[in-house]
Structure formats: structure tokens, C-alpha cells
Design a protein around this ligand. Structure first.
Ligand code: MRU
Length: 369
């Protein structure tokens, strides 16, 4: 994707060939700043503090975090320590554990002198693959958009609701939920996106709106509570969201509030799709409500907001009554029965064990790699 006319991925190798560049997503949408990571500790902190976020990008950053550790010292002990450090950063997105398992599998059998080069190569390959997976999700999702569009009057705008940020900023490029929307828009389909603001961290208002605006996709930011009302009024043709972990039976963990959108969509007959690359599937889990670990984040994300003051300065301010406690579960689980379909790199399937097994016969029923 392009920022001010310059093509960007969300993660790249610095010109020195070893440090890792990322976009500081905590500064968007008011400032576009990049950060250069030079250690596994810095990569872990970037994930923890949400300088980088979104399931696929968390995985990609962790992979480069391992490479940075291997540059310092490529012993078994350092490899193990890096895997533990990075694996402890955020609990819900399974891409993190998938990426680290892949790095361990690639590096552990190698002699230490070969590990650094192999780690950088593997992290780069993982990033390139993520771009290809997201692009393929875009193509398959475009088919879904076309079929829903075909039911509308010719030339009518298709209204798509999304939650959180599952665009290119959440991946290496393209995005998951937003990839089909970009392709539809670029292909001349008149789309308009309802963007849930996504409290408490406002990934929708800050990041999804930023990306869609930069690409010229018509969109409107709404409060998290407006979606059900719009669906009742026939103003939403479909919902597409991303996911941080989807079980082998099709239960979907995503940003807190997704479940309520799925309930409203179910009640109003609005198709509810989830876009995901296969590294987001946790083949070891079936029951998402009981099995998926849900991250509890700081109460301060609820009690305080940050935004642009009239003086042009970004500042933080309190919105909750002083002394009131706040709770901050960061994700929820939408049961498979509320999901119309899963849009993957291999096509669209029912959100069920059978649906996923049809697309991924080699993985279904086997423990995670
Ligand atoms: O807490 P975040 O911002 O990392 O949460 C991100 C989401 O919930 C996204 O919807 C999800 O990772 C899918 S991204 C392609």
C-alpha cells in the first residue's frame, strides 16, 4: 500500500540489512512515524505495546525478533530465550505461536553459525507468504462481494461493516477483511464501509479509517453501538471481520465487540463473513469460547483516550469517573453458528470442522505443527 505516494509494507529490513523497520501504529492516524528494531527485546516490546498489532503482523514481527536474537548470539539457549520472550507478549493471536514454532523448526536443527542467515531468510519468506495469502483472501472475498452485489439494484452501493482493523496495517500488506474491499473498490464496484470505532483502542477510527481514506475507499466511522441499528434499517449488506484465532470447528476470536455484531447480523439476516489466512487457524482447539485465551489489557485503555487537541497536539485525557474501576477484555469469541462463511486463501467455506477440513484436508484432525 502507498503512504504519500510511497509503497510500504508494515515491516521491512532496514538499509543496513539487519535491523527491522515498522510503522509505529500507536502514532497513527495523526503522525506517520517509523521505528527501527534492533533486538529481540525491542521486537517483544513493540508487540506488547501495540506499536505493531494485528495477528499476522504480530507473527511477522516475532519472526524477525528471533532473527535479531540470532544476530546477537545463535546458541540454543539464546534461541530458547527469544522464543519464550516473544511468545509471552500477547496471548490471543495464534499467528504469534505459529510463527515462533516455524522459526524453531527451521533453526533448531542447524549449527549455530548457520542460524542467523537462516532466521532472516525464514522471516522474510514468512512475510512474503503473508502478502500472498492476503492477496488470495482478497480474490476469494471479492467473489463473495460480487455475489451479494448481484442481488442489489444495478449500480447500487454495497454497504460493508467491519470491526477493528483487519487491513494492511494488521498484516504485512493487503489485509484480511479489507483485502476484498480494496479489490472491489479498485475493480469499480461501488462499496462503502461502515467502520466501527472499536473502543477502547479505536483501531477502527484510527487505523481502518486511515487506510481506507488513504486508498480512497468511501467509508463512515460509527460508534461501536450503531451497527445493530444500521442492520435493522437495511443499511448493511454484509459484515467482514478479521480474526486472531479461529478454532478447527470455526469459532472465531476477534477484537472485543465482534460477537455482538455477529448476534445483530444473525438477528437481521445480514451475512457475517470472517477473513483469515490459515496461520490464524488453531487446529488444536475446537471449543473457542472455553479454549481461546482472552487477553486482559490495562484498565487505563478504558479510562483514558488519546486524541488530537484543537491546538494540533496529541494528548491523553480521562473519560471515566475518577476512582471507578475498569475492565478490559480485549477479544471475544463468536461461535461458528453465527458465521456465514470463512474466507481463506484456499477459498470460502462453512465455519465448521467439515468446512475447514474440505479446504485443509492435510491439517484437519492433526495437532498444530
Ligand atoms: O489488539 P489488536 O489490534 O492486535 O487486534 C487486532 C484484531 O482484532 C484484528 O481484527 C485481527 O488481528 C485480525 S487482523 C488481520
Amino acid at each position: 500500500m502507498k503512504i504519500h505516494g510511497q509503497p510500504y509494507r508494515t515491516i521491512w529490513l532496514a538499509p543496513d540489512g539487519w535491523r527491522v523497520g515498522v510503522i509505529d501504529q500507536t502514532r497513527l492516524p495523526f503522525r506517520f512515524e517509523t521505528v527501527t528494531l534492533s533486538s529481540a527485546e525491542a521486537a517483544a516490546e513493540a508487540i506488547r505495546s501495540m506499536v505493531v498489532r494485528g495477528a499476522p503482523l504480530i507473527g511477522a514481527t516475532a519472526a524477525y525478533g528471533v532473527a535479531l536474537a540470532m544476530r546477537m548470539e545463535a546458541s540454543d539457549a539464546t534461541l530458547d530465550a527469544a522464543l519464550v520472550l516473544l511468545g509471552a507478549t500477547r496471548p490471543t493471536a495464534v499467528n504469534l505461536h505459529w510463527a515462533l514454532a516455524r522459526m524453531r523448526e527451521r533453526l533448531a536443527p542447524l549449527p549455530s553459525q548457520e542460524r542467523m542467515a537462516a532466521a532472516y531468510a525464514e522471516a522474510a519468506a514468512l512475510c512474503d507468504e503473508d502478502v500472498a495469502l492476503c492477496r488470495a483472501i482478497g480474490e476469494h472475498g471479492l467473489g463473495v462481494i460480487r455475489s451479494i452485489q448481484a442481488e442489489k439494484a444495478e449500480g447500487a452501493t454495497l454497504n460493508i461493516l467491519t470491526h477493528c482493523n483487519a487491513g494492511w496495517l494488521a498484516t504485512v500488506d493487503w489485509g484480511t477483511a479489507l483485502a476484498p474491499i480494496y479489490l472491489a473498490h479498485d475493480g469499480g464496484i461501488p462499496v462503502h464501509v461502515w467502520v466501527d470505532e472499536t473502543r477502547p483502542r479505536n483501531q477502527g477510527a484510527a487505523l481502518t479509517a486511515y487506510e481506507l481514506g488513504a486508498h480512497g475507499v468511501p467509508h463512515t466511522v460509527i460508534t461501536d453501538n450503531a451497527g445493530g441499528h444500521l442492520m435493522q434499517r437495511g443499511q448493511v449488506d454484509m459484515v467482514i471481520v478479521g480474526t486472531d484465532r479461529t478454532t478447527a470447528s470455526g469459532d472465531v476470536a476477534n477484537k472485543i465487540g465482534t460477537y455482538l455484531k455477529a448476534l445483530a447480523a444473525h438477528d437481521t439476516g445480514v451475512p457475517f463473513y470472517v477473513a483469515l489466512p490459515s496461520p490464524t487457524i488453531d487446529w488444536t482447539l475446537s471449543d473457542g469460547v472455553r479454549g481461546i485465551p482472552i487477553e486482559e489489557r490495562s484498565a487505563r485503555e478504558v479510562t483514558h483516550l488519546s486524541g488530537l487537541g484543537d491546538d494540533g497536539e496529541v494528548r491523553s485525557f480521562q473519560v471515566v469517573a475518577p476512582g471507578s474501576p475498569a475492565a478490559n477484555p480485549a477479544f471475544d469469541v463468536t461461535p461458528a453458528r453465527l458465521v456465514t462463511g470463512l474466507i481463506t486463501e484456499r477459498g470460502v467455506c462453512e465455519a465448521s470442522a467439515q468446512g475447514l477440513a474440505r479446504l485443509f484436508p492435510a491439517r484437519a484432525g492433526r495437532p498444530a505443527a
